[in-house]
Write a protein that binds this ligand. Sequence first.
Ligand code: TMP
Length: 210
Amino acid sequence: MEGKFIVIEGIDGCGKTTQINKLFNWLPNSGLINKKSKLIKTREPGGSLLGKEIREMILQNNTNNPPANLTELLLYSADRAEHLSKIILPNLEEGNWVICDRFTGSTLAYQGYGRDIPINTIKKLENIVCQGLIPDITFFLEISPQESIIRRQNKVPDRIESEGINFLTKVNNGFKSIALENNWEIIPASLDFESISNLIKDILINKFSL
Ligand code: TMP
């Protein structure tokens, strides 16, 4: 497998989308990617066709009947299983590069640390769904929960974003522990967008220069 799998993680409002778009524009002429390889930008939940419907189901906020925690975990896992088999794995097998907005770290952080589902349960499910696939590199864009809330104040929140500061703090602390345990690249995402982008580029150049 020659393709590379790059994942960006962090709490809502950390600036993932902006950084992924910058990366998507920069990578093709960075000299890092073989000219024959394609670059794919995708996300979880919702990176596959069926996943878009699952995303809608999980995140809709106009419901008086939110999913139970275990149902929520299984829906995110179903989205990932579909995404892996239809989008991520076929592209990596063709030697393409895949940039993914969220992956298994989000499930550990939100459903594990946030919802208190035992980490072992989540890891067992992850083994079934991912069949050993580990990202080549994961970036954690770290901001404080307070900053996340301020940055999103003009946006209509989805169901998970509506959970409030205590939930968000548990999730963010979870992300930090997971990042340290797994040697993710931790990026201080309260910096300005250009500095963050330059940090990410430098790390990729150091890691993947041909
Ligand atoms: P997004 O707004 O970054 O696309 O993410 C959608 C929401 O889903 C976000 O609040 C985080 C949440 N989420 C989980 O709770 N578990 C997961 O496994 C994933 C991928 C996302």
